[in-house]
Write a protein that binds this ligand. Structure first.
Ligand code: SF4
Length: 79
């Protein structure tokens, strides 16, 4: 015989699972901006460049702009 506490715990786990699944379904993967939309260019803007941008993922990735970027590049999403 299953006790009240075990049933309650199982119900809470089921609710938690459903909530987590709901959050996953409601949160799409973040789409990256195209280079054209971000006005990406292969040259720095003064002291700002991909190399010192918080979105840069060496050696050539960017967290917000799609495609390969250069460490010496820059776009208007720099930050
Ligand atoms: S400057 Fe633009 S392209 Fe370069 S890393 Fe930052 S956000 Fe990405």
């Amino acid at each position: 015989m299953v006790g009240f506490r075990a049933r309650t715990r199982r119900s809470l786990l089921a609710l938690l699972g459903a909530a987590i699944a709901g959050i996953g379904a409601a949160t799409p993967a973040r789409a990256r901006t195209s280079k054209a939309a971000a006005a990406y260019r292969g040259a720095p803007n003064g002291r700002q460049s991909c190399a010192n941008c918080s979105y840069f993922n060496p050696p050539s990735g960017c967290g917000v702009v799609s495609g390969a970027v250069s460490a010496r590049g820059w776009c208007n999403l720099w930050g």
